[in-house]
Design a protein around this ligand. Structure first.
Ligand code: SF4
Ligand code: SF4
Length: 111
C-alpha cells in the first residue's frame, strides 16, 4: 500500500548520465562487506548501438531493493549515491523519484 501511495523507497538511475563505471557496485560492497558470493548491487552493460553514426551504450544497475530499503535511513545518502561520479543515482520516496524522473531518461527501482 505504501508503494502505491508513493511512500516506498525508490532508487533512480539516470540512463543518460550513468557511465557504467561500477563505483556503485564497489561502494555497496565496501559499505556492507557482504560475502563475495552475494550481489546486492550490480552494474549491467547493455549492447552498444549506433545513433547518427556514433556508438552509444547504456548501462543498468541491478540493486536488491530490500537491502536498499534497509540501508537508506531517509536522510543520509548511501555511498552508492553520494559516490557516483556522474551523479546518476538518487534515492528517496517513490513519489519524489517519480517527480525527479519526469522528462528524463531514467530507470526507477522500488522496494
Ligand atoms: S550509477 Fe554512477 S556509480 Fe553506478 S555505474 Fe553508473 S555512473 Fe558509475
Ligand atoms: S542503497 Fe545501500 S544496499 Fe542499496 S545499492 Fe546502495 S549501498 Fe547498496
Amino acid at each position: 500500500m505504501g508503494r502505491i501511495q508513493g511512500n516506498g523507497i525508490a532508487l533512480l538511475l539516470d540512463l543518460d548520465d550513468c557511465t557504467g563505471c561500477f563505483s556503485c557496485e564497489a561502494a555497496c560492497r565496501e559499505t556492507h562487506r557482504y560475502p563475495y558470493e552475494e550481489d546486492w548491487m550490480r552494474v549491467v552493460r547493455r549492447d552498444p548501438f549506433l545513433v547518427d553514426g556514433k556508438l552509444r551504450q547504456y548501462h543498468l544497475v541491478a540493486p536488491v531493493m530490500d537491502k536498499c530499503a534497509a540501508c537508506y535511513d531517509g536522510e543520509h545518502e548511501p555511498l552508492c549515491v553520494s559516490g557516483c561520479p556522474a551523479a546518476a543515482l538518487r534515492i528517496g520516496s517513490l513519489a519524489d523519484m517519480a517527480r525527479e524522473a519526469e522528462g528524463r531518461h531514467c530507470a526507477i527501482y522500488t522496494a
